[in-house]
Design a protein around this ligand. Sequence first.
Ligand code: NDP
Length: 248
Amino acid sequence: QYQSYQAPADALAGKVILVTGAGDGIGREAALTYAKHGATVILLGRTTAKLEAVYDEIEQLGAPQPAIIPLDMKGATESHYRDMAATIMDQFGRLDGLLHNASILGVLSPFAHIDSASFQDVMHVNVTAQMMMTKALLPALLAAPAASVVFTSSGVGRKGRAHWGAYAISKFATEGMAQVLADEYENSTLRVNVINPGATRTKMRAKAYPAENSDKLKTPADLMPLYLYLMSDDSKAITGGSFDAQSH
Ligand code: NDP
C-alpha cells in the first residue's frame, strides 16, 4: 500500500534531505518531489549544469531554496565527505534524510569478460562511496529528531542474473550495507531502508536495454509514493526493510 501512499502537501516541511544523483533520472524526480512537499533539498551530483537546472526548477516552484553539492563520487575521498558533512552541520545543524540514488551500471558482459577496472569503478561509486558518505553524515543524521537513510537497489540486487556482473554484485552489497546499518541503529532515531525502483524510464535503463520501447515503462514520477513514504514521518517506525517502488 506504500506504493499508493498519498503524502500531505506539507509532509516534508522543515526537513533537510540530501539526494545523490539529483541531476537526472529518478534522483531528479525525487529532489523535485521532496521540495514540492516542503523539504530543503541538497542536490548532489557530478554534472553541475544538471544540478543547476534542477535548482532553478525548484526555485520556480516557490519551494524552499535548495543547495548544490557538485561531487564526483568516483574520485571523492573520505576528506571530501567529512568536509561536506561539516558544511551541512554548519548550515543546517542536522540532516533529516539521505537518499542514496546515484549509481552506475558499468559494462554488462559475461562474467568471463568482466573488466577489472570497470568492476572497481562500479563497486566504488555504488558501494564504497556510499559507505564513506553515510559514515561521514552519521553525526548529522543522529542530530535530527527522526532521520531516514534510503539506499537504492535493483531486482538484480536480490537475485543474480547472467551478464549483470559488477552492477548486480554492487546492489547485493547495497542491500547488505543497509541491513548492517539498520541493525546497528535499531534502537536509535535513525532508520535505514532500501528501495528497488523496478524498470523505469531513464538513461540508465536505456543503456541496459537499448532496443526496448521505453514508452511502456513506468516513469520516475510513478515511483514517488514510496520515495515520499520512506522520507516522511509516517515511516518513522520502519527500518531494515527492502521495498519495491512498483506493484507487480
Ligand atoms: P540515471 O543514470 O538516469 O541517473 C543516475 C544519476 O546518478 C545521474 O544524475 C548521474 O549523474 C548520477 N551519478 C552517476 N555517477 C555519479 C558519480 N560518480 N558521482 C555523482 N553522481 C553520479 O539512473 P536512474 O535514475 O535510472 O537510476 C537511479 C538509481 O536507481 C540507481 O541507483 C539505479 O541503479 C537504480 N535503478 C534504476 C532502475 C531503472 O530502471 N532506471 C532499475 C533498478 C534500479 P549525471 O547526471 O552527471 O550522469
